[in-house]
Design a protein. Structure first.
Length: 238
């Protein structure tokens, strides 16, 4: 059979199997509609605003996280420094008992009694070791005799008339105080002087103002200087 001769019904089958061409409406239905430039610009602006808001939120969150980190580090350092505060408040009473035992020995009694002297030397050595151990952990003993009264670290139990020292001077320490780092662990019990002279404040350098001289302020100083000068001229002319 030659190629020109086709089987009956072949043309009809090819015609039926061929896809029918799609119209414009069918093509448009299968694709997304194109946006106008104004619509695209509005979408871009909205995305830019949202991006800026997200960036601002991210920046605020990072700042809050940094503040939290710094706060955590500060609290961690404070906890490390003051962790033994409650324990130290109980332990420092032992130091007060050392001081009471030493103060109970009358003056000159240790020189007359060798046994008492050995006991006193041992007690003083134990007190020094005790204070050294406290200092290694940041606890410092306060003995403010002769210093000015400080209500933050001193507790005045009485006042005593004394005009030889400035008012507010600590004359006697009944009980030593203690500090832990920069905090008062236990205030010192002290006797404070009263009736004495007040400590003068540091003098402030005068500030120059317009219309002043070295002798006095304002026109009064200039007038007195002018009067002195005219008097000298009159005496010379006479």
């Amino acid at each position: 059979m030659s190629d020109d001769k086709k089987a009956p019904g072949m043309d009809q089958q090819n015609t039926e199997g061929a896809a029918a061409p799609q119209g414009p409406a069918e093509v448009a239905a299968g694709t997304e509609p194109l946006l106008e430039p104004a619509q695209l610009e509005a979408i871009i602006k909205a995305l830019q605003v949202d991006l800026a808001a997200q960036a601002d939120t991210n920046l605020r969150l990072r700042a809050e996280m940094e503040n939290l980190r710094k706060r955590f580090e500060r609290e961690k350092a404070e906890t490390a420094k003051y962790a033994i505060s409650k324990f130290a408040q109980d332990v420092v009473n032992v130091g007060d008992n050392f001081q009471r035992a030493i103060s109970a020995v009358p003056a000159g009694a240790a020189e007359r009694d060798p046994a008492l002297k050995s006991f006193l030397d041992g007690t003083m050595l134990a007190e020094r070791e005790f204070n050294s151990a406290l200092e290694r952990h940041g606890v410092v003993r306060l003995d403010p005799k002769g210093e000015m009264f400080n209500p933050k670290v001193h507790n005045a139990v009485m006042e005593q008339e004394n005009r030889d020292v400035p008012a507010g001077t600590v004359l006697q320490v009944f009980q030593a105080g203690y500090m832990i780092e920069d905090r008062c662990l236990k205030p010192a019990l002290v006797v404070v002087a009263k009736g004495g002279f007040k400590v003068p404040r540091a003098p402030q350098e005068p500030t120059a103002t317009p219309g002043t001289t070295g002798d006095g302020p304002g026109a009064s100083g200039n007038g007195s200087s002018a009067g002195d000068a005219s008097g000298e001229r009159s005496s010379r002319q006479g």
